[in-house]
Design a protein around this ligand. Structure first.
Ligand SMILES: Cc1cc2nc3c(=O)[nH]c(=O)nc-3n(C[C@H](O)[C@H](O)[C@H](O)COP(=O)(O)OP(=O)(O)OC[C@H]3O[C@@H](n4cnc5c(N)ncnc54)[C@H](O)[C@@H]3O)c2cc1C
Length: 407
């Protein structure tokens, strides 16, 4: 390798400038200002054409507040005051509400905020460009480790040394594969259709989730009379829906929603994402930690994938700050395993819950429907159980940053 191909060395190299990698980079720059930090992505850091909006839970909002990026997102955020869940058969017009959740933190506080992905990307990119060394775009091709540092080689021949490499390179993580970390994968044979609709009736800051036979269908309140739709459907049905005219599809959406928001109009191109479950067997290896979708991809029915990845960020930042404070080798396996131990439970629980709900609800079998509806209505009447669900999805436990406190 020619000498002039060497970049760094870095204390921490983050590979992946998606929302998870960027948030971690900004948090480490703020709370570990003495370390040399690099951020690499295969593409330039510009706001992607991503029409999705994400439900940002209370804990993640606290993390964003702590690293000073929330004001940039708040301008476009819309609160989710309540979530109502129905279980519906094909062609049902009436949609009895089986489960109704309110705010988790304090009376009157929202469950979450809907933030357009372009707004969160813009706020994160602005903060990252100010505070972090962003490398020229490049794709990781090789990864190896020595006793004191790891080496990353890019396709263009650049060679980067770092004491710790963070894989934030998404669900198909190259680094995860290069480190030999295996995954558990389940293809849901569903596609997630995403778009934005305008509707005639106000949403009143309510998110609706309808469990339909083909998969869950959620409308999530944006600013004004707009909502973000995430519609999981069997892959073949999704393909047919994508081929429909905008008016025809709007009619299908109205039918799927049971007309709760009145007539709808599609105002954005419909995007389609294949849905699958991916769980890495290990979240860490010597000098490597996996965060976000690189560690786990879950079904979007609970709107928790990004929140889960940002909870990884909060815990990993806390573990690394503590290791530096104690003078430990923060890229060593002993330190990294503390991160893995603290993230396993939450991840496994969320993966199991979303996987189980999708399988339980994505069918029209009458006896199963009667049983699950009874289950949901029991949960609706048991306040402590309901509160436990709500508190878990608020995600304010597990790390100081999720409460808005410095690590
Ligand atoms: C339909 C749908 C709806 C969703 N809705 C929600 C929601 O409401 N709430 C929620 O919390 N979550 C939601 N999610 C999940 C959420 O979108 C993901 O969890 C989140 O985007 C993961 O972020 P990430 O930064 O880990 O990965 P990504 O966003 O995938 O970013 C990975 C980055 O790594 C870069 N990269 C990849 N490979 C390499 C390489 N070899 N070298 C260099 N760079 C590389 C890529 O260019 C990219 O910038 C949804 C998902 C889907 C499919």
């Amino acid at each position: 390798m020619a000498e002039n191909n060497a970049v760094g060395p870095f204390d921490v190299l983050i590979v992946g400038g998606g929302p998870v990698g960027m948030t971690l980079a900004i948090a480490l720059a703020k709370f570990l200002p003495g370390i040399k930090l690099g951020l690499l992505d295969r593409r330039a850091l510009t706001v992607p054409k991503d029409l999705r909006a994400s439900a940002i839970s209370a804990g993640v909002r606290h993390l964003f507040e702590a690293i000073d990026v929330w004001p940039g997102m708040a301008k476009e955020a819309n609160p989710v005051a309540r979530m109502q869940i129905t279980d519906s058969g094909t062609g049902d017009i009436a949609r009895p509400v089986l489960l109704d959740f309110g705010g988790p933190e304090a009376p009157g506080q929202p469950i979450a905020h809907m933030v357009p992905n372009t707004a969160s990307a813009a706020a994160l990119i602005a903060a990252a460009k100010d505070r972090i060394e962003i490398l020229d775009p490049g794709t990781v091709a090789q990864f190896s480790t020595g006793p004191a540092e790891a080496q990353v080689v890019l396709e263009d021949g650049r060679q980067i040394a770092a004491r710790l490499v963070i894989a934030a390179d998404g669900g198909q993580s190259t680094l995860r594969g290069l480190a030999g970390i295996r995954t558990f994968t389940r293809d849901y044979r569903q596609a997630g259709l995403v778009t934005t609709i305008r509707h005639f009736q106000p949403h009143n800051d309510i998110a609706y989730e309808h469990f339909l036979p083909g998969g869950p269908f959620a409308s999530l309140p944006l600013r004004g009379n707009y909502s973000s739709l995430v519609w999981a459907e069997r892959a073949d049905t999704a393909k047919a829906l994508l081929a429909m005219s905008s008016e025809g599809l709007a009619g299908r959406i109205e039918a799927a929603m049971g007309s709760v928001l009145g007539a709808v109009e599609i105002v954005e191109t419909v995007q389609s994402f294949p849905l699958r479950l991916v769980l890495a067997h290990k979240f860490v290896a010597p000098r490597l930690a996996l965060v976000g979708d690189a560690a786990h991809v879950i079904h979007p029915l609970a709107g928790q994938g990004l929140n889960l990845g940002l909870r990884d960020v909060a815990v990993l930042a806390e573990v690394l700050v503590e290791a530096v404070r104690l003078g430990e080798d923060f890229g060593g396996l002993g330190v990294l395993e503390r991160y893995e131990t603290r993230r396993r439970g939450d991840t496994a629980l969320m993966a199991l819950a979303t996987d189980g709900l999708n399988r339980l609800f994505s069918n029209d079998l009458r006896p199963l429907r009667a049983m699950r509806d009874l289950g949901l209505s029991v949960v609706d009447r048991l306040d402590p159980l309901k509160q436990a669900f709500v508190t878990h999805s608020a995600g304010t436990t597990g790390a100081k940053l999720l409460k808005g406190l410095a690590p």
